[in-house]
Design a protein around this ligand. Structure first.
Ligand code: NI
Length: 172
């Protein structure tokens, strides 16, 4: 079911989400709602708090693990549900990516994060899953997991750039 997107500055985006203790129908329904909502807007990832549910579930597009070369068409999305995702930094070197977020419409900014990370978690059958990625994909894995800790990408940019966005919001 399509759910309204929670948008900044909604306080739900600043809350820490609860771990999923058991993968039951409520979690499968949540994942389906997240998928439906993500597909309706065409993003590359979503976290449960973005539809107003404070549980540790994200969806990431693992097709981004192997980005197309310049002369190639992008492949189809490969959206995966990850329950209780945990990020491990594999290479702490700084990588800068131009990020945006469904909950922060009309704004993108360069965000520095560790270059290479792993995401571990469970799929909807309770089986362990493990992805590793760097560059854009690595940033996506970190961006979605940040949502579960009440952080959005504008928490990671300079005060100056953030105030530019807030001024722009107020003008609307
Ligand atoms: Ni986001």
């Amino acid at each position: 079911m399509l759910r309204p997107l929670v948008q900044y500055p909604d306080p739900r985006l600043t809350k820490i989400s609860e771990p999923v203790a058991e993968i039951d129908d409520s979690v499968r329904e949540l994942a389906q709602d997240m998928l439906d909502t993500l597909n309706s807007v065409g993003g590359v990832g979503i976290a449960a708090p973005q539809i107003g549910v404070l549980r540790r579930v994200v969806i990431v597009d693992v097709s981004l693990m192997n980005p197309p070369k310049e002369d190639e068409e992008p492949g189809p999305q490969d959206l995966r549900v990850v329950v209780n995702p945990v990020i491990t930094v594999l290479d702490p070197a700084k990588h800068i990516e131009n990020e945006g977020c469904l909950s922060v419409p009309g704004f993108r900014a360069k965000v520095a994060r560790p270059k290479r990370v792993a995401m571990d978690g469970l799929d909807l059958n309770g089986n362990p899953i493990h992805f590793e990625g760097e560059g854009y994909f690595g940033a996506c894995l970190q961006h979605e997991t940040d949502h579960l800790d009440g952080k959005i990408f504008i928490d990671r940019i300079s005060y100056l750039k953030r105030s530019m966005y807030e001024k722009k919001m107020k003008r609307k």
